[in-house]
Ligand binder design. Structure first.
Ligand code: R5P
Length: 336
């Protein structure tokens, strides 16, 4: 259970006594700006532009010799361009003699290919780790990686933080009776993270048995657990095409669920996602701003919460060599 003490730490006003060098690529400058504000600093000057053929040009405008540098760049759409841009930015800082280079990657793209599920496939999560390391990155700060083992794909430092508390706090603010709620994992792969979510909210857990017969197509087979007459709080790390979540929502309704709320960390929102979420029997969709969204064009039922303060806390602690796990109260919970 997340204690009030942990919430207070996460929401504490950051008061750095030092100069943090924060920079941003082009994939989520608004989030970088919010992080800078939380840290009481500004985003450093850098030129990023495209050549006529699509190649990317980067120049850091201030000296960073001997500095600890943080670069904010989620690997969201256009993922290949944003990844390449991050690699080039890292290279520019390496050649500018920065002491340490931390890639702040609120959304780690290519993470879902983290193992071979059949013959002759790539493991892109490992490839991206190798590319970042080769470019000169010395540390990665990531939010809710698709799977924890991705940390082990790196031979450099990885700080893996979780935005679940932000979603849990929002749900708690709805003042739902937790005796009438159930947390639902939309697939078996998400059981562990949804179990934590359920524990933090103090409600039971149900699981959807999901199948994918075709690429990008999700079928919700059956529900394991009691959802009849209950408010269902679904939790996932990523909403991509929204197939998994909306198929699950339809099944939950068929099984007699009351209101359905969806919480997810990363709103990838590809292709039909927004339309599917609009049409589905879902009361609210709560996501974070690890990936930028044009909120004005979204239906009212989609809410976006900021991870800026959380990232600001983590950056400040990395810079000051302070514990990050204590920020989340992990140490108390750890059983060896
Ligand atoms: C799968 O393992 C992930 O956790 C998400 O459930 C999945 O990526 C969502 O994809 P989509 O929204 O396209 O169904």
């Amino acid at each position: 259970m997340i204690s009030n003490e942990v919430y207070e730490k996460l929401e504490r006003v950051i008061n750095p006594t030092h100069d943090i060098k924060l920079f941003s690529g082009r994939s989520n400058p608004k989030l970088a700006q919010e992080i800078a504000e939380a840290l009481g600093t500004s985003v450093g000057p850098m030129i990023i532009k495209d050549f006529a053929d699509g190649e990317i040009y980067v120049q850091v405008k201030d000296s960073v010799r001997g500095d600890d540098v943080f670069i904010v760049q989620p690997l969201c759409k256009p993922v290949n361009q944003n990844l390449m841009e991050l690699l080039i930015i890292i290279d520019a800082f390496k050649r500018a003699s920065a002491k340490t280079i931390t890639a702040v990657i609120p959304y780690y793209g290519y993470a879902r290919q983290d193992r071979k599920t059949s013959g002759r496939e790539a493991i892109t999560a490992k490839l991206v780790a190798d590319l970042l390391t080769t470019a000169g990155c010395t540390r990665v700060l990531a939010v809710d990686l698709h799977s924890g083992q991705i940390q082990g794909f790196f031979n450099i430092l990885v700080d893996h933080i979780f935005a679940t508390s932000i979603l849990v706090k929002y749900i708690k603010g709805l003042n739902l009776d937790m005796d009438e709620c159930v947390a639902v994992s939309p697939d078996t792969g998400g059981v562990q993270r949804t179990r934590h979510f359920a524990k933090d909210l103090g409600c039971p857990l149900a699981i959807i048995d999901k199948r994918r017969d075709k690429h990008n197509e999700a079928i919700a087979n059956c529900v394991i657990g009691d959802v009849k007459g209950k408010n269902c709080l679904m939790f996932d790390d990523i909403i991509d095409t929204a197939g998994s979540i909306t198929e699950a929502a339809k099944l939950l309704k068929k099984e007699g669920a009351k209101d359905i709320y969806v919480c997810a960390i990363h709103p990838v929102f590809s292709g039909p996602a927004v339309q599917r979420l609009t049409d589905a029997p879902i009361k609210e969709v709560i996501v974070t701003n690890t990936i930028p969204l044009d909120t004005e064009k979204l239906p009212e039922k989609i809410k976006q919460l900021s991870v800026a303060n959380l990232l600001g806390q983590a950056i400040s602690r990395i810079h000051d060599d302070e514990s990050i796990s204590s920020l989340f109260g992990f140490e108390k919970e750890m059983k060896v």
